[in-house]
Design a protein around this ligand. Structure first.
Ligand SMILES: Nc1nc2c(c(=O)[nH]1)N[C@H]1C(S)=C(S)[C@@H](COP(=O)(O)OP(=O)(O)OC[C@H]3O[C@@H](n4cnc5c(=O)[nH]c(N)nc54)[C@H](O)[C@@H]3O)O[C@H]1N2
Ligand SMILES: Nc1nc2c(c(=O)[nH]1)N[C@H]1C(S)=C(S)[C@@H](COP(=O)(O)OP(=O)(O)OC[C@H]3O[C@@H](n4cnc5c(=O)[nH]c(N)nc54)[C@H](O)[C@@H]3O)O[C@H]1N2
Ligand SMILES: [Mo]
Length: 795
């Protein structure tokens, strides 16, 4: 047995182990219970802890907290389908009444329409923890209750998830399995970062992060003298003093740039012919397209210059530099979150193939470095546990970002990765642990789509737009209020997260809520398997322990684990570049593609006949970009990046997020030229408008953005000024009222928020205050009609 790696003292870097449970695990890292009730201390072994995580606890019981089950008034009075979601007050009810209502709605929909009319995709990050993972709880529940329609893919990297298996036979190199930082720093001479490596994003990791190492990894790259080039519309996409050169380009034009780099390599005979011959398929098709033999347009540097805005000479020079140095290509996940998002990924792989370094230290490619904390960390040697979900008797699913299409067009046909599919007719939507009014695009359209189902049920902590657009709202405990086993499939720790406070009276864990509904449906024994929450944590930990033991790694027993809090396992020995095995022997270790090689052209994709995703990397202009005709009315390209002060919409009401706002509203960043053209000064209240909607924000002027590009982070809670009226001005600066809601292509059907044009003007009127951080069951909420009816407690 390999005892050393699991020595708990090792995990505290020589400090005494804890004498009682005292760690809290979050998606943004670990924190220690300290002496103060209003803040947590950063985990002592984390070299770069995330500051915002210390403060959230102070806002655990803020006015936005949901404290009782509640039902939308029309729904309660007139039943399913009545009234307008998002525009009504809620009536608090007893748990029994709420749960009876939920159980009877599930039964009614199932009996009348079948389980295929229930949607439980419930996408979202929820909170860290393997047991209380809300989506897993919900899926397990519905799998036992007769099934439901689910969703596949993510908002994070849907286009990548679908294209990469066609090209390299795996999603490794994007989700996990990257070339580790240790094989980049000291090896790469040139690192070309498309979309940079913003450390703000490396703060988080799904499931948690024991140590934040991206900052040090980037520093090591710099110190080992790698030249770093940040190709992005935004200069500070590479943070810190690591000597990055900024090469700004118009958003969504990276594919054109890469094709032109490829053109130079091919035209100048600088590409690696042996690698192309031995490891790739489809080069001739790709070459003919790049050289213009296929369509009469040579993808030269001059051609790309007109599209990207980068000087042609700079493009040819860069291609030559890449050919003459050990070059590593990094590309952020964001690039594929746009129309034709499949293309920059495919093109980047083709470019890396031309350079010939794939599978070697310091060379090749990887997607998502610094997109989350764990990318580039060594492989996890143990399979961490997850809640068993059982089998879903319903086979139907949708690509996750097509939710509004599904609700608005039941029965309509759509394409997905070679299949013709039909949208189901959904009558009941159940959501726990995600916020569609954060994550989805074109929220005004989502609001209308959200009116379609008979019944919408939500578990939430806060009276955010997700809760306010439901019919039945069930208050869920936060991670501060429960114990859990925390682990991430991308990090080599398992931890015991210890609750630090009691849940408010009337608030339950997601599991407990579902258990009680399961009891009403007669499936409680299946759902719980007779285990309490504490016993489930033991079972999950024992699963991990057994798996570890099979790999000769000894994890401590449950009691010791609970007490010490965090157990780290030494990384798997293999510390090699991505695709090293394929590189070493492409015959014995072929890729899982039809040719067994890297597909620079794919007959399978060509066979689908999609004009929006042809059979090789292709420049296809998005609907909205700075070269589109719409740019005459909406001349600014909006980037809606991740927020640096929180995770998505979580804890937007809390102090760290509030501090980044100006007069209570979200900042929008823009270039001085664009501000001057519009007569805008720093701190002006502005209206940001697209073809789809508009929101208020505060102008923040910076030369970190190239002219023509503006940046409004996601995360402000959606707060329409008049919820009765479709598309009314949004007050809080939520960019998803602006972004388009269509698939990346018929191949992946991923979300496309980053191809979005807007205009900005000074807001002259009397702006309404943001009101979303209040309770929706307050009678004096300005939005609530009929204030004489007091919110009743009917239980
Ligand atoms: N314009 C634009 N839109 C985007 C993106 C973008 O770049 N631009 N990024 C996209 C990406 S990559 C993603 S992953 C999505 C993220 O979208 P989401 O994951 O849906 O966003 P969150 O705000 O994390 O939503 C989690 C919700 O669950 C609640 N919650 C947390 N813990 C628990 C729990 O234990 N139980 C219950 N019941 N509820 C809980 C929180 O209060 C919150 O409302 O957004 C996408 N949307
Ligand atoms: N603090 C914090 N960190 C997070 C999250 C969070 O909510 N908060 N969310 C997490 C999640 S779920 C995910 S999926 C990841 C997402 O990780 P990413 O997708 O990598 O993150 P983004 O912030 O959307 O984009 C990164 C940068 O890409 C640049 N960019 C956008 N469009 C283009 C383009 O067309 N070309 C080029 N070259 N650059 C472009 C933008 O300037 C942006 O700053 O972040 C994770 N990290
Ligand atoms: Mo994501």
């Amino acid at each position: 047995m390999d005892k050393a790696p699991t020595d708990i003292r090792h995990n505290l870097d020589g400090a005494e182990p804890f004498s009682q449970p005292r760690l809290v695990g979050t998606h943004w890292g670990f924190y220690e219970h300290g002496d103060r009730p209003d803040r947590l201390e950063p985990f002592r072994s984390d070299p770069d802890p995330v500051a915002f995580g210390s403060e959230f606890i102070a806002d655990r019981l803020a006015p936005a907290r949901i404290l009782k089950p509640a039902v939308r008034r029309s729904f309660l009075e007139n039943g399913p389908g009545s009234g307008r979601r998002g525009a009504e007050p809620f009536v608090e009810v007893s748990w029994d009444e709420a749960l009876d209502l939920v159980a009877s709605e599930i039964t009614r929909v199932k009996t009348t329409h079948g389980s295929g009319a229930i949607f439980s995709g419930s996408y979202g990050w929820s909170s860290a923890g393997r047991f209380h993972h809300a989506q897993s709880q919900l899926k397990r529940f519905f799998n036992m209750a007769g099934g439901s329609v689910r969703s596949v893919q993510t908002y994070s990297y849907a286009a990548g998830e679908v294209i990469l298996p066609h090209v390299i036979g795996t999603t490794s190199g994007m989700i996990t399995g990257h070339t580790p930082w240790s094989q980049i720093a000291g090896h790469a001479e040139l690192i070309v970062m498309f979309g940079g490596t913003p450390l703000r994003n490396a703060q988080v990791n799904a499931g948690g992060a024991s140590r934040h190492t991206a900052r040090d990894a980037l520093k090591a790259c710099h110190q080992s003298s790698a030249r770093i080039i940040n190709i992005s519309p935004v200069r500070d996409d590479v943070e810190g003093d690591i000597g990055a050169e900024w090469l700004p380009l118009r958003p969504c034009t990276d594919t054109a740039l890469i094709l032109a780099l490829s053109h130079t390599l091919i035209a100048d005979g600088l590409y690696d012919e042996a690698f192309i011959a031995g490891y790739t398929a489809g080069f001739e098709t790709f070459r003919a397209y790049v050289m213009g033999e296929a369509d009469g347009i040579a993808k030269t540097a001059i051609w790309a210059s007109a599209i990207t805005g980068i000087d042609a000479q700079v493009i040819t020079d860069l291609a030559r530099q890449m050919a003459s140095h050990k070059t590593f290509i990094m590309m952020a996940w964001s690039l594929q979150r746009a129309d034709h998002g499949e293309q920059p990924y495919w093109a980047a792989i083709a470019l890396a193939a031309l350079l010939g370094g794939i599978g070697l230290p310091g060379r090749g490619f990887g997607f998502g470095y610094a997109s989350v904390a764990s990318i580039g960390q060594p492989t996890v040697p143990v399979r961490w546990p997850s809640l068993p979900q059982g089998r879903n008797p319903i086979a139907d699913y949708i690509p996750v970002a097509r939710i509004a299409d599904m609700l608005l067009q039941p029965g309509a046909e759509y394409d997905h990765n070679g299949q013709k599919r039909i949208y189901p007719d959904i009558k009941l939507v159940y959501w726990a642990g995600g916020n569609p009014f954060h994550h989805h695009q074109d929220l005004n359209r989502l609001v209308e789509a959200w009116q379609k189902p008979d019944t919408i049920i939500a578990h939430e902590h806060w009276w955010n737009a997700h809760a306010r657009h439901a019919d039945i709202v069930l208050p869920a405990a936060t991670f501060f209020e429960r114990d859990d086993v925390v682990a991430s499939g991308r990090d080599a720790f398992i931890a015991y997260s210890a609750g630090i406070a009691e849940a408010p009276i009337g608030v339950s864990t997601d599991h407990e809520i579902l258990r009680r509904i399961a009891g009403r449906l007669g499936i409680e024994a299946d759902f719980t398997e007779g285990l309490t929450e504490t016993q489930w944590l033991e079972r999950l930990y024992e699963d991990a322990r057994r798996d570890a033991a099979e790999r000769n790694i000894e994890l401590p027993g449950m009691d010791e684990f609970r007490q010490c809090g965090l157990v780290e396992v030494a990384p798997a020995q293999k510390d090699e570049p991505f695709l090293a095995a394929f590189r070493a022997d492409p015959v014995l270790k072929p890729l899982n593609t039809p040719s067994g090689r890297i597909e620079l052209a794919s007959e399978v994709i060509a066979g689908f006949g999609y004009d929006d995703c042809p059979g090789h990397p292709t420049w296809l202009a998005p609907c909205e970009w700075l070269g589109a005709s719409v740019a005459q009315s909406y001349p600014l390209h909006l980037l809606s990046c991740q927020p640096h002060d929180k995770l998505h919409s979580q804890w937007d009401h809390a102090a760290p997020s509030r501090r980044t706002k100006s007069r209570g509203r979200q900042p929008v960043r823009l270039n001085p030229d664009d501000a001057a053209k519009r007569g805008l000064a720093e701190g002006d209240l502005v209206e940001v408008a697209s073809k789809r909607g508009s929101c208020l924000a505060i102008a923040t002027i910076t030369d970190a953005l190239m002219p023509g590009v503006v940046q409004l982070a996601t995360g402000a809670w959606f707060d329409p000024s008049d919820p009765e009226v479709q598309g009314s001005l949004e007050l809080n600066g939520n960019p998803n009222v602006l972004t388009p809601d269509h698939g990346t292509s018929r191949l992946a059907q991923g979300p496309s928020p980053n191809a979005c044009l807007v205009e900005i003007r000074k807001f002259e009127g009397n702006a309404k205050q943001v009101r979303i951080y209040q309770s929706a069951s307050l009678v004096d909420d300005p939005r609530m009609p009929d204030p004489e009816t007091p919110a009743e407690t009917l239980g």
